[in-house]
Write a protein that binds this ligand. Structure first.
Ligand code: 4AD
Ligand code: MG
Length: 478
């Protein structure tokens, strides 16, 4: 009963006169005759023509927007414009009705905010089906890129007993009864009674575990969900997001930058090749959206031109110190236009500074390296100046930071000194330090925020619209 041809396959490969069975959801039904049918395999709807004079009126009434149907009929050349073929149905069966009186999705434009509230249904719109097909292709491109290079895909744990970034922004995992927490003699919560016999959290990053694997398998990557309980209510932050973290032994910062730039370009190339129709649609969507904005807030390039531009230009590489000089002397800084004025070396860069460098000063993706050690994590390799670390951030137009990484501190004594300085409990991290005790070697890695990549490629403007069910402060719906 369910053998069918997908609309994508049919449109790509058909013979006039062949009989086909198609199934999908009705987008519109015009003149009791023309069904625009979509099965999600492709953006384009298939036109199914109903012989309404010879069809039961009760059945016709059930063909409404949102209904699931099966149609069997002959492939014919289309009379109408806009499509090469259509299916002349000899049989239509309604698999699932959809009451148009209560169905929230009408065949009209809905705002992205409204669709976010009905995220369980938004897959059925052109915009979201396109976004999630592109998201899929990006994920496949990432696996393909690393697989072709001989990396091992490593599954890092989701529940962890360690805090990789040393930041207090984790979600606790516990089965202890919240209304009567067991206490130790000194009055603290007794985590020995908890499920794992210790305090545990959802991971913020798979990096530390990836380092352990890299120091044996030499080239690994993780690609999994990560969780941050930071209270960032922005269009660039999620509390649950997916991160790609490669870790490479016998590699330095230059190798790391080359790998990251190579990965990003591979992904852009891949979607340009495999998501043509969806990207064209998303480009038009973005143009329409930007018409509502004042001229100076619109992008100066169409979506696909922007992707092509990033593909064909080397990313600009410079040090944090050089960037600070540029920012200090920039017009917005001198005119007091930055919300956080750049006064001295050592300042953490805000997104307004990152965007100035990328969008105004260089006009292309930028890789900043060698940040002050004070504003970066403990595991980054200390430079000879004792002041900066071998960090790198990749900044993208409209996005800001898309990648964060570094060469790792492989020297046991330097690493332990840094950890002490930063009050990281050494006792709990012996397993990590063992890599530096037993056959340590130079190595490097980075984290690519998957949703930020999807955001960039699709031209969507809010990160909540590129993950199926976004989690952010105050919201964990569905
Ligand atoms: O810069 P971050 O915090 O780096 C790490 O977690 C390192 N352990 C990575 C590594 O070296 N293996 O995060 C990496 C990237 C950011 O550049 C950003 O793209 C993304 O993860 N990211 C977020 N994406 C969405 N929502 C958030 N709250 C994010 N926080 C970071
Ligand atoms: Mg970062």
């Amino acid at each position: 009963m369910f053998s069918r041809v997908k609309i994508k396959e049919l449109l790509a490969n058909y013979t006039i006169g062949q009989e086909v069975t198609v199934m999908g959801w009705v987008r519109t039904f015009r003149n009791n005759q023309f069904i625009a049918l979509n099965d999600g395999s492709v953006l384009t709807n298939l036109q199914v023509v109903v012989d309404f004079e010879n069809t039961d009126p009760e059945l016709l009434k059930k063909i409404t927007t949102g209904a699931a149907i099966k149609a069997v009929g002959e492939v014919i050349a289309s009379q109408g414009k806009g499509q090469a073929i259509e299916v002349k149905a000899r049989l239509v069966e309604v698999l699932g009705v959809c009451d148009p009186e209560v169905y929230p999705l009408q065949p009209k434009k809905h705002s992205l905010e409204f669709l976010r509230e009905i995220a369980h249904l938004r897959f059925r719109t052109n915009t979201f089906s396109a976004v999630f097909r592109v998201r899929h292709h990006l994920a496949m491109a990432i696996h393909q890129f690393f697989h072709e290079k001989g990396f091992v895909y490593m599954h890092s744990p989701i529940v962890t007993g360690s805090d990789a970034e040393g930041a207090g922004e984790m979600f606790r995992v516990t089965t202890l009864p919240l209304d009567k927490l067991p206490k130790t003699e000194s009055g603290d919560i007794d985590f020995k009674k908890d499920f794992f016999g210790k305090s545990t959290n959802l991971t913020v990053s798979g990096q530390l575990e990836a380092e352990l694997a890299a120091l044996a398998l030499s080239e690994v990557y993780t690609f999994g969900p990560t969780f941050r309980a930071e209270n960032s209510n922005t269009s660039r932050h999620l509390a649950e997001f997916w991160m790609i973290e490669p870790e490479v032994a016998f590699a330095d910062l230059k190798d790391n930058m080359d790998l990251a730039e190579g990965l990003l370009k591979y992904c852009l190339n891949h979607v340009m090749e495999f998501c043509k129709e969806d990207l064209e649609f998303l480009e038009t969507r973005l143009l329409e959206e930007e018409k509502q904005k004042p001229q100076n807030e619109r992008s100066d390039m169409a979506l696909r031109d922007k992707l092509r531009f990033c593909l064909s230009n080397p990313f600009q590489r410079l040090t944090y110190t050089e960037a600070i000089d540029i920012l200090k002397n920039s017009t917005p800084n001198k005119k007091g236009k930055f919300q956080y004025p750049i006064e001295a070396w050592g300042a953490d860069l805000q997104s307004e500074h990152e965007r100035y460098l990328v969008e105004k000063h260089f006009g292309k993706p930028v890789i900043l390296t060698d940040y002050p050690k004070q504003i970066k994590a403990f595991y980054m390799r200390l430079n000879e100046d004792n002041n900066t670390v071998r960090a790198m951030d990749i900044l993208f137009p409209g996005i800001g930071e898309i990648v964060g990484g570094s060469q790792r501190e492989e020297r046991l004594d330097v690493l332990m000194a840094r950890m002490e300085e930063m009050h990281i409990p050494l006792e709990e991290m012996q397993w990590f330090l063992d890599t530096r005790r037993f056959g340590t070697c130079p190595h490097a890695g980075f984290g690519l925020g998957f949703e930020r990549l999807v955001l960039f490629v699709t031209g969507m403007t809010n990160i909540r619209d590129v993950i199926p069910f976004p989690r952010f402060p105050g919201s964990a719906e569905f």
